[in-house]
Structure formats: C-alpha cells, structure tokens
Design a protein around this ligand. Structure first.
Ligand SMILES: NC(=O)C1=CN([C@@H]2O[C@H](COP(=O)(O)OP(=O)(O)OC[C@H]3O[C@@H](n4cnc5c(N)ncnc54)[C@H](OP(=O)(O)O)[C@@H]3O)[C@@H](O)[C@H]2O)C=CC1
Ligand SMILES: O=C(O)CCCC(=O)O
Length: 482
C-alpha cells in the first residue's frame, strides 16, 4: 500500500524550523510492520545533532515564554484545525508505520488533536494565588511559569497522541520542546512538524529528532543541563533508567509506564455489557496499549455465561492488514513482540491453561497474532505478572470480593483497572480498594482528554490531559512582598 501524494511524509528531522539531516548524513529505514516493506529512510541523528536541537529549543524558549497565553492559544488552535483537516493522511501514515487499522489510526489522530485543542484553552487558565500574609507588612503572591526546555521520549504504540499530549501542554505553558519519537514510528511525529510550521509555531519551539541510536540520544537528552523536564511514555524498565539518568541534573520528570490491568466481572454484572467492555479494553491496537486489560477475573456464577459470549464475540474479530477495510486487529509491532506473546501463551499452556480460542500466529502472516482466550489460568503463570502487549485474554475464576481485590492489586503496576458490577456499595468499595491511578466502572474505555491520565506504583507518576496536565510543565513561584 502506497501513500498518495502527500506533503506530510518527511524524511528529515525538524529542528529550529528547518528540515535537516544529521551531520554524518546517516539514515535508517522505517518499515511497515504488516509486511516489513520499506516506507522511507529517515535521518539518523547522533548526540552532536541532538545538542543542536536542544540549543535551538533553548533559544526559542526565551521568546516563546514572553508571548501571552492568548497568542499561544491561537497558534495551538490553528495546529489543531490542521490536524483535523489532514486526519485521513495522518491516519494513513500512522497505519503504515504502526499497523493499527486505519479507522483506529484516524481515531488516534482525532484523539491526539484533542489534546492540542484542550491545552490551547488551558493556556489561559494557569492562575496563581494571592495568599493572606502571615505578617501585617507582608503580601504573598504565587505565579506559574514555564519549566523551560522540555524533552519528550515517546513510544510506537500511539505515534501521534503520545506526542500531542505532551507537546500540547508544554507549548501552552510557554515551554519549547524536543521530541524523540520511537524509531519504529518517526513519520507521524515528523508530519506534526509540517503542520506546526503551517500553524505558525515559531522556529525552535517544536523540534522532532529521529534516531536509531537510542541510548546515545537518551544520554544526550538526559545529561543536558539545558533540558529542565523529561516526559516519557514507554516501558517501566526504560522509565527507571531515565529517572536515574535525570537525577544528576535534577530534572522535573513525568513517567507514563507499563500496566497490568485487571478486568473484573462480578456476579451481578450486566454480562453483555461486560463482554463489550472486555473487547474494547483488550483489543485496541491489537492489545498493545498500557491500559489494555491484562488479567480477566470472572465470578464463578457468571463464568460460563461470560466466557461463552466472549468467545463468540472474539471469534468474529477480523485480523489483517490495517489498511484493508473491515480489519479490526492489525499486526504486532515486530517479530520480538510476536515471540513474546507466543512464549506467554506457551508458558500458560505448559502449566495447565486451556486455549479456548487462537493461541497461535496467523497462517497468512507471521506478524498477526490470532485473538486468543485462555481459561483455567492460575497465578503461577506469566500471564498473571507480565504485561502481555498482545491480543490475549487470560481468564481467572473467583469466588469472593476480598479474593479478587487482593489478586487485582497483586502487581507492581498501578495504571488502569476495570470492573463490572451493579451493587452500589460494592462498586464504591471496590473502586476505592483498587490500587490504580484510573478505574473504569462498567466501561472498558477510559481514555479522554478531559480526565487525568496516569498511574501509581511502578506505572509512573504525573498526569496527562485534564486541567492538571499543564501543571507538569509549570513551576510555581512564591513571591513575598515586604
Ligand atoms: N506504557 C506504554 O505506553 C508502553 C509500554 N511499553 C512496554 O514496553 C515494552 C517494550 O516496548 P518498547 O517500545 O521497546 O518500549 P521502550 O520503553 O523501550 O521505548 C519507548 C521509548 O523509549 C525509547 N528508549 C528506549 N530505551 C531508551 C534509552 N535507554 N534511553 C532513551 N530512550 C530510550 C524508545 O526509543 P527507540 O524506539 O529508539 O527504542 C522509545 O522512544 C512493550 O512490550 C510494552 O510492554 C511499550 C510502549 C508503550
Ligand atoms: O499505551 C499507552 O501508551 C497509553 C494509552 C493511550 C491512551 O489510552 O491514552
């Protein structure tokens, strides 16, 4: 599948308002995960090129922070309009490099753009306080100021939205930013650069650097004393390394890391709705999201009804090339991801789990993993502890509320959790008892611009979206007037 003539497909980095190659002129290939065909080769930056991008951001930030919130808001609003105007083209680029079905990719563009629109408004509401003084001759005032130069390191599973929900609030707050997208999906990030330019984002305020030299770039970004803030979305393992790397320069840090979401179906749940929610929360992006349900706990009384209805629904999902009409589940990102999912399934079956559906790679394409349901699943299996990041539903049977809450919380992660039930006292008890940053109650879809997205425990810290998201890019200053 080829892209139509589009001005949004770029192969150079966007630095200081210019499209540039690295000083060595090296490139790396971006490929389609469905068939490994090459889409284009993009610039392969090194540390020296990265330092230039940081300096450009530093220079630009000095002027950007002086603009009024209204001025920044107008530019962001223009950027949002352009994203929506180009959502089909942006969606195609996203599907080609990432694999998710085209309607889902276009949905991501709309979701991603919504952060830019939201923070265009929030820019105007970064209020401070006037605090009654502690002495008769003192007056106390707080103001909020941009944190400075920001770096965003983003993953391949949401090549657009994970960028916009960092860049939107950063720019709104008056910060300049350097974005380092995942090496698998740099094209969606570069396309945002084209539209930023058209929207009038000043040179150097938004920079995109692409590279296959991950740790070299990571080092340059985290060691720089110019960079005052790092916002990261990705795995917990890498997040921990980045937190350590930012310690020497004491950067402000936000971490949106892995999850191990429980999905609980209580005995009084609306089972049809729970099946619908299970599909929505599990199969978005073929199971490759950090908020995807990972472990399914079903009360013994509704176990048979839930599993049989779920099996019918899952067996109807269409797997294939994300560019083809009607496809609901695209390829996994790479061969390693397919092997990882297969190993998790093998571990479960070797320990006694039963495959109710799927459990194998598609016969047509080695990147497609068939939607899978595992039953008779136990706590000693990897599916209980590991973030699967693939289309596998492992189902545990439970008897009591106490037992299921304990199992749900029995993980180092604390990002998203879901449950279905009707008794309002149980609903409140369980919602409060779950040790997670986000809880979906009788819904499998919790992601929205207006709510604070973020985890606790080893799923990270900091909130994205909502009225709180902009605070991650602001410092509060207290002024005491004598
Ligand atoms: N919470 C979430 O949203 C996500 C969780 N994951 C989890 O992580 C697993 C692995 O996925 P993966 O994409 O490799 O996630 P990573 O955490 O490895 O990658 C996320 C981003 O961090 C970058 N990165 C990786 N290592 C370093 C480093 N040492 N210094 C600086 N930047 C670095 C990557 O760059 P590059 O692309 O160049 O490697 C990418 O831009 C998944 O299977 C899943 O379990 C993955 C993605 C998102
Ligand atoms: O997987 C992620 O990286 C975040 C999920 C995207 C969202 O729901 O906002």
């Amino acid at each position: 599948m080829k892209l139509d003539n589009t001005t949004l497909l770029k192969n150079k980095c966007y630095v200081d308002g210019e499209w540039v190659s690295g000083h060595e002129g090296k490139t790396f290939d971006v490929t389609n995960p469905y068939d490994q065909s090459k889409i284009i080769a993009v610039a392969d930056f090194d540390a020296q090129d990265t330092d230039k991008a940081i300096l450009a951001a530093e220079k630009a930030q000095k002027e950007w922070k002086k603009t009024t919130a209204g001025e920044r808001s107008k530019i962001l609003r223009k950027w949002f309009d352009l994203m929506i105007e180009h959502k089909e083209e942006l969606g195609k680029i996203l599907t080609l490099e990432q694999g998710k079905p085209l309607p889902e990719a276009i949905g991501e563009i709309v979701y991603g753009a919504s952060f830019v629109e939201w923070f265009a408004e929030e820019a105007k509401r970064t209020y401070g306080d006037v605090i009654p003084g502690h002495q008769a001759d003192k007056r106390i005032v707080t103001i909020k100021q941009p944190v400075g130069v920001v770096v965003a390191i983003t993953p391949w599973n949401f090549p657009n939205a994970m960028i916009t929900r960092k860049v939107g609030p950063a720019l709104a707050a008056g910060c300049a930013i350097v974005v380092k997208p995942a090496k698998y999906t740099p094209l969606s990030a570069l396309a945002l650069g084209v539209l930023a330019e058209q929207a009038g984002v000043p040179k150097g305020v938004f920079n995109v650097i692409t590279s296959s030299r991950t740790s070299e770039i990571g080092k340059a970004l985290t060691e720089s004393s110019i960079v005052r803030k790092l916002s990261f979305t990705g795995s917990t393992a890498v997040g921990k390394q980045l937190i350590k790397a930012c310690a020497d320069t004491v950067k402000k840090v936000s971490m949106e890391l892995g999850g191990n979401a429980p999905f609980i179906v209580f005995e009084d749940a609306d089972v049809d709705k729970a099946v619908e929610g299970a599909i929505a929360s599990k199969y978005r992006n073929a199971g490759q999201t950090c908020v995807c349900s990972n472990r399914f706990f079903v009360h013994a009384r509704v176990y048979d009804e839930f599993t049989s209805k779920l099996k019918i629904a899952v067996s109807q999902l269409k797997v294939g090339n994300g560019m083809d009409e009607g496809v609901q589940i695209g390829p996994l990102i790479d061969q390693e991801a397919v092997n990882f999912v297969q190993n998790i399934v093998n571990d479960a079956t070797e320990k006694g789990a039963l495959i109710d559906l799927g459990g194998e790679v598609s016969k047509e394409n080695k990147q497609l993993y068939m939607p899978t349901i595992l039953s008779n699943v136990q706590k000693n299996m990897d599916v209980y502890t590991e973030e699967i990041f693939g289309p596998v539903i492992p189902i545990f049977r439970f008897e009591t509320e106490e037992e299921v809450v304990e199992m749900a919380n029995d993980t180092q992660y604390g990002l998203a959790a879901y449950f279905y039930g009707r008794d309002y006292q149980l609903v409140w008890r369980v919602a409060e008892a779950l040790e997670y940053g986000m809880v979906g109650i009788n819904t499998g879809m919790i992601s929205t611009t207006v709510a604070p997205f973020g985890g606790i425990k080893e799923s990270g810290f900091g909130k994205e979206g909502s009225k709180y998201g902009i605070d991650e890019y602001l410092e509060m200053k207290y002024m005491c007037f004598g």
